[in-house]
Write a protein of this length. Structure first.
Length: 367
């Protein structure tokens, strides 16, 4: 064997035996993508982190709604949205925000008419979700009809100004959800249940649930609007999202989970804020939030009985942290006031639903 042949073989063996970290990383990533639970955890963590990065980098009006919408939607077991669904959600965002602006500009100056239409809108919003209506439209409409009147109390035309930011936040969230599914797709072997079609015609059970939710949400919404509690708009938004959660009227466990989830979100937001005060760098902000989102996502998809409440905790963390930005010497007192109000709002919703559940005179039969 010649020297040339030996050297060629040695070189060939050396190349074949070389450790390739990128190839191993790719193989590991593909393996992770075959685990449905890991996929959901990574998708929520990555999607919410990108949403926070954009919201705080660009900081358009109501930018904090983008990570809130992203977390709420990615926490649910929805399949990947199609392009058609993406454009449909954008149109639904426009319609929902337009409804909030119209009742604010034309009905808010007439209190009696506003109360009547506002109550009817609340009822039909809850009725739509209980009939199996589009979750995205219900979420945007509920926040729109609550947020727009509260913003208008600051200035008569402010609702029109913030509506642009609201629409933009919704649109960005729509495509970030699509991007998150693209970056971390569901395994091909996973069987995703198809969404149930919306029930047509009158549905007594849905009407019962919608009326209960309306009776519970109406007083607290009017309280915030009438007393112009604009400093606590985020508390109202959190309570509104909380009322969409199922089975809140069942047992004392729901109350304790509500308080615990809010306190967990508050504690994490408080620590998160002061860590950023110590290291006020954008990369630190993104790294910390990704780690926080990763922990919360692991709990949300852990399969534990209280797992669904950790999505509320993550939303509470985002809302409380956003409300803390820009605070000076009053930061601590205002922060804990918001935590207390959010906890009380959650307890109020659950207790009120429990009372209605016990003494409710209507059933599907006598409707």
């Amino acid at each position: 064997m010649s020297t040339r042949e030996v050297s060629t073989r040695e070189v060939s063996m050396g190349i074949e035996g070389t450790y390739n970290p990128f190839k191993k990383l790719k193989a590991g990533w593909l393996e992770v993508l075959q685990d449905a639970k890991a996929v959901r955890i990574l998708r929520l963590s990555i999607g919410s982190t990108i949403a926070m990065a954009l919201a705080y980098a660009i900081n358009w009006p109501l930018a904090m709604l983008t990570p809130v919408f992203t977390v709420v939607f990615l926490s649910l077991p929805f399949p990947r949205p199609s392009l058609y669904q993406g454009f449909r959600n954008m149109l639904q965002t426009l319609v929902a925000v337009a409804i909030g602006v119209v009742i604010t500009l034309y009905l808010l100056p007439i209190p009696f008419v506003f109360l009547l239409i506002f109550g009817l809108l609340l009822f039909h919003t809850y009725y739509l979700i209980n009939r199996g209506g589009p979750f995205w439209f219900v979420l945007i409409l509920l926040i729109s009809i609550l947020l727009m009147p509260m913003m208008a109390n600051i200035h008569g035309v402010l609702a029109v100004g913030v509506s642009t930011g609201f629409v933009w936040s919704g649109w960005v969230a729509v495509w970030l959800i699509f991007l998150a599914h693209f970056l971390v797709p569901d395994p091909e072997t996973q069987i995703i249940p198809k969404a149930q079609p919306m029930h047509k015609g009158y549905v007594p059970v849905a009407a019962n649930l919608a009326l209960k939710s309306t009776i519970v949400a109406f007083p607290i919404a009017i309280l915030f609007i009438a007393f112009q509690l604009t400093d606590y708009i985020l508390v109202m938004i959190n309570a509104a999202i909380f009322t969409l959660s199922p089975d809140l009227s069942k047992g004392k466990q729901a109350i304790s989970n509500s308080i615990i989830s809010t306190l967990i979100g508050g504690a994490v937001a408080y620590i998160f804020y002061w860590l950023l005060v110590a290291v006020p760098e954008y990369y630190m902000f993104m790294l910390l939030f990704f780690l926080v989102a990763l922990v919360f996502s692991s709990l949300i998809f852990s399969g534990r009985p209280d797992a669904k409440y950790y999505s509320s905790a993550l939303v509470a963390m985002i809302i409380l942290f956003n409300g803390s930005m820009g605070e000076d010497k009053n930061f601590t007192s205002l922060f804990f006031t918001r935590v207390a109000l959010m906890s009380l709002a959650g307890v109020y919703v659950i207790l009120a639903l429990q009372v209605l559940e016990r003494y409710w005179p209507f059933t599907a039969k006598n409707n």
